[in-house]
Write a protein that binds this ligand. Structure first.
Ligand code: NAD
Length: 343
């Protein structure tokens, strides 16, 4: 194990790249990529790219970084970073992540959702596979040890065999459900999704020109290859529940609590809560970025490899396709060009 420091370059010097911690003054673990790198012994931000000169100047002043670029490709070529963090809005993710891989960057963090269409997601998948780069995306619950605790309890058989899973919150597809579906998948050990039924909030089933210019709210019911079904409830505080044949686990209030319930031995249809030691909140962004470093050093896959990000993007887009066709959709999604703009 070395203690080498990795050189990070950030594309998009806005909220996630630089300033989002200002919005949560009571939250201590670093959230933005720049703040997370500053907190890390393994990561050092050496450069930033943004088309907005004011963002570049503010970034330079805040983080003491002098290597600033308008053109991210020029930044990669000049600075030769070990890691790139794509922190622009959604419609730019695929182009920038694929290009970073093609330019030879070994470690790639890409904000979620990684693409607006499966054509774009396929381009990232191909570029990252070809370059051999390691990849994680900004589905941060996957990198949060509180969710790891829930996954491990499920894996250890504490709730018996998982049968169903639920996500609670009203949210949109590529900004929100990419998180909800990723977390459900993560909690269950990332089995493949076989099929999905979905409905968007608009009752109009037409998606003109195979394109939506707004990321729509929606609900889903999906089936994993291991037979577990998962559904969304469009209300609540970003909670997740996995129900097994001997109990259930519920992540409460956006990860702030965990409730484990086990079926009572002598009483049918009754379960009792079992205390679980709480896991302290930490920086999931830092964990995610350091996972890229550790995966590289340990010669292992990352926790959120490009294949999983690609597959779960496909699930989100298939939700919209299900609405469009008014029927359940089996994966892989045939409609590769269905495009949903997201921020
Ligand atoms: N994972 C999370 O918890 C989380 C939280 C916040 C935001 N996000 C994601 O981060 C991404 C960015 O969101 P944000 O709120 O930080 O946006 P933002 O608008 O604050 O920042 C984006 C920046 O990209 C810059 N930009 C635009 N085009 C560019 C280009 N061609 N080259 C270089 N820079 C360019 C903009 O000038 C802007 O400064 C989104 O995908 C969002 O979903 C994720």
């Amino acid at each position: 194990m070395t203690d080498r420091t990795y050189r990070v370059a950030i594309i998009g010097l806005g909220r996630m790249g630089s300033t989002i911690d200002d919005e949560f003054p009571d939250r201590s673990p670093p959230y933005s990529v720049a703040a997370s790198c500053q907190a890390s012994d393994r990561l050092h931000v050496v450069a930033g790219a943004d088309i907005d000169a004011a963002k570049r100047a503010a970034f330079s002043q805040r983080w003491g970084v002098d290597a600033l670029y308008e053109d991210y490709v020029e930044m990669i070529r000049q600075e030769d970073p070990d890691m790139i963090a794509v922190c622009t809005r959604g419609h730019l993710h695929a182009e920038m992540a694929a290009r970073s891989a093609q330019e030879g960057v070994g470690l790639i963090f890409c904000e979620k959702a990684i693409a607006c269409s499966m054509l774009e997601a396929d381009a990232i998948l191909n570029a990252v596979r070809e370059s051999g780069s390691l990849f994680n995306s900004g589905v941060l619950r996957r990198f949060d040890l509180r969710y790891h605790q829930a996954r491990d309890l499920i894996r250890q058989g504490e709730i018996g065999e998982p049968k169903a899973a639920v996500h609670y919150a009203a949210t949109n597809l590529l900004h929100g459900h990419i998180h909800s579906i990723d977390t459900l998948s993560f909690l269950l050990g990332d089995p493949k999704v076989e099929s999905i039924w979905g409905e968007l909030h608009s009752i109009d089933h037409r998606i003109p020109d195979n394109r939506l210019d707004e990321d729509p709210y929606g609900i889903f019911q999906l089936t994993f290859a291991n037979g577990v079904t998962a559904a969304s409830v469009p209300a609540g505080n970003w909670e997740f529940e996995v129900l097994g044949d001997r109990g259930s686990i519920r992540m409460l209030g956006n990860g702030t609590g965990l409730q484990l319930r086990k079926n009572d031995a002598g009483r049918a249809r009754v379960a009792s809560e079992v205390p679980v030691a709480p896991v302290t909140e930490h920086s999931a962004t830092q964990f995610c970025l350091e996972d890229l470093v550790l995966a590289h050093e340990e010669g292992r896959p990352t926790l959120g490899p490009v294949e999983i990000a690609h597959h779960l993007t496909e699930v989100c887009l298939a939700l919209a396709e299900s609405h469009r066709q008014e029927k359940r959709i089996n994966l892989p999604l045939e409609n590769r060009s269905l495009y949903i703009f997201h921020r």
